[in-house]
Ligand binder design. Structure first.
Ligand code: BG6
Ligand code: MG
Length: 217
């Protein structure tokens, strides 16, 4: 099936925001009195904000110790710190190959869409000046189900009016690869083979592929 739409995850594919998420979660963990390591942070990739908080509390042995209100307040505080970091981002933080890839797909007549769990996606895309490269943007403000649910990618396909079987997804998180596959799409994993499974192709970064080789995946 020829590819007619390319859907991109944001965090970890287009930009390395994991380090900023980590700094903010680490600060919250410190306030709560425990250490949150970079290895622990790996578990938060592709995971929603509230689920990330649950995992963080689990690491600190604090599961079930807070009310819903307290959980919401903690997530909001973490987000304020995270937003302070990402507000300073600019084009220099776009990961290598991103712009060439987006332009290349469009040059072949392939639609481009963002499919991210983040509610901060617009702020990041605007700071990186990448918004005009997308025909559709589906982010955490438009979805109700987190990856591995296929919702985010199905909404992306619908927004560009392309059938799922003609879509390819670029994803760095296992939950995202599973979301793409259960949406009936091709999945290009961005990362290391030892961390990911179930993909159609794996690459280290968008710099490693040309749209031409992906459209016949
Ligand atoms: C995903 C990240 O893209 O977005 C997760 O990989 C993050 O780590 C999630 O928790 C939600 O992001 P935000 O910006 O809405 O807190
Ligand atoms: Mg990601």
């Amino acid at each position: 099936m020829p590819i007619k739409a390319a859907l991109f995850d944001l965090d970890g594919v287009i930009v390395d925001t994991a380090k900023y998420h980590y700094l903010a979660w680490q600060r919250l963990a410190k306030e709560l009195g425990f250490v949150f390591t970079e290895k622990d942070n790996e578990r938060l990739k592709g995971v929603s904000r509230m689920r990330s908080l649950e995992i963080l509390l689990e690491v600190g042995g604090l599961t079930g110790k807070f009310s819903e209100q307290e959980m919401n307040d903690m997530a909001a505080r973490k987000n304020d710190w995270y937003v302070a970091y990402i507000s300073k981002m600019d084009e220099s933080e776009i990961l290598p190959g991103t712009v060439e890839c987006l332009k290349g797909f469009r040059a072949l007549g392939v639609k481009t869409a963002l499919g991210s769990a983040s509610k901060n996606a617009m702020l990041i895309l605007n700071n990186l000046k990448l918004t005009p490269y997308f025909d559709a943007i589906i982010d955490g403000t438009k979805t109700s189900k987190a990856k591995p649910d296929p919702e985010v990618f199905l909404l992306g396909a619908k927004a560009v009016a392309i059938e799922p079987e003609n879509c390819v997804v670029f994803e760095d998180a296992q939950a995202g690869i599973e979301a793409a596959k259960s949406a009936g799409m091709k999945a290009v994993a961005v990362g290391k083979p030892e961390d990911l499974k179930g993909y159609d192709r794996i690459i280290k970064g968008l710099f490693e592929v040309t749209p031409q080789e992906i459209i016949n995946l």
